[in-house]
Design a protein around this ligand. Structure first.
Ligand code: GLV
Ligand code: GLV
Length: 327
């Protein structure tokens, strides 16, 4: 009998061909995330699951779904899954690293440009028919070239983002759990403590994973340290920035602006953010390019098939499982 795989949201189907050959594949027909109740009932009896960031795979769900061998998260982050508990239960959790690095770093740049040059607001203005000819102070933004960039998190995405600053003659500061020599070599960045980065950077981009240490690492005190012209970009995880503190900082013009792709309590967003002009809001689309989303399917499928062959899947992130598995 072929193993059964459930995919919790429609994903690009081209790269699912191999999966269809080897498995019985079920796909959530709705254009919305499954509720917790549905996760339990729909996924019961499955051998593998391709799941999304919008699925909260907690202890209860894991306990309910005995028999699942692998949760292949269709994302690089996996904070939506209790991956340690899954490891205790001998279940692999995998992610899709590498293939979305460029797309996510590109989006961070897109947000930075949008905020620094008031693109979204000025688009709205133009569409509303308000453009009456060239004017000397219409939508004055700020230069990007020659400024100081502050990168928080020196993983693959942070490093890719920083490398892309080369064409803009920027000074690059970075902060990370620990210095990263490779990152410095690739980007010419200088390692500084968080406080120095916040004080000196014109533009700050967050590329850290969400952990107990990074939660609210940017809050009221941190915004107070930033420059008046500072722009903060977050394409990593919402809770790294205290969203209420960000609203205060933007309202009081303590900083210049913000570009967000992620939110503290997704899909909810602090309502006051909607009323502010100096913020650009994207709906968690860091990896959303056709090419990237297809490659993410290929990786998820490769991990599922490896698990069914009894191998440690190539992108297994719950290391206990990796260490305990007997193959
Ligand atoms: C997106 O946020 C991801 O983790 O892939
Ligand atoms: C994510 O892939 C990172 O390491 O930054």
């Amino acid at each position: 009998m072929k193993p059964k795989v459930y995919i919790t949201y429609k994903i690009p189907e081209g790269p699912l061909k191999t999966l269809n050959e080897h498995c019985e594949v079920y796909i959530n027909p709705e254009e919305r995330p499954l509720t917790k109740q549905e996760l339990c009932t729909e996924l019961k009896g499955m051998d593998g699951v391709i799941c999304m960031l919008s699925d909260n795979i907690d202890k209860e769900v894991i306990d309910y779904l005995k028999g699942v061998k692998i949760f292949a998260n269709y994302a690089v982050g996996y904070n939506n899954i209790d991956f340690n508990y899954a490891a205790d239960m001998g279940i692999a959790v995998t992610n899709t690293p590498g293939v979305l690095t460029n797309a996510t770093a590109d989006l961070a740049w897109a947000l930075l440009f949008s905020v620094a040059r008031c693109i979204v607001d000025s688009d709205r203005y133009t569409r509303e028919g308000k453009f009456k000819g060239w004017a000397p102070t219409l939508y004055l933004g700020q230069d990007i070239t020659g400024k100081t960039l502050g990168v928080i998190g020196a993983g693959r995405i942070g490093s890719n983002f920083a490398r892309k600053a080369k064409g803009f003659d920027m000074k690059i500061l970075y902060h990370n759990r620990k210095p990263n020599a490779e990152f410095e070599k690739e980007t010419g960045a200088i390692y500084v403590d968080k406080e120095t980065l916040l004080k000196e950077a014109d533009f700050i981009s967050v590329h850290a994973p969400l952990t107990a240490e990074t939660k609210h690492m940017i809050s009221y005190n941190e915004f107070r340290l930033m420059r008046k012209n500072a722009i903060i970009i977050n394409t990593a995880r919402g809770p790294i920035i205290d969203e209420k503190a960000l609203v205060e900082a933007l309202k009081n013009k303590q900083i210049w602006g913000a570009g967000l792709d992620v939110y503290e309590n997704e899909p909810s967003i602090e309502p006051e953010l909607f009323d502010l002009e100096n913020v650009v809001l994207a709906p968690h689309i860091g990896s959303a390019t056709t090419e990237t989303r297809e490659k993410m399917v290929e990786i998820a499928v490769a991990n599922i098939l490896a698990a069914f062959r009894g191998e440690v899947p190539p992108n297994c992130v719950n290391t206990e499982y990796r260490n305990n598995i007997n193959i």
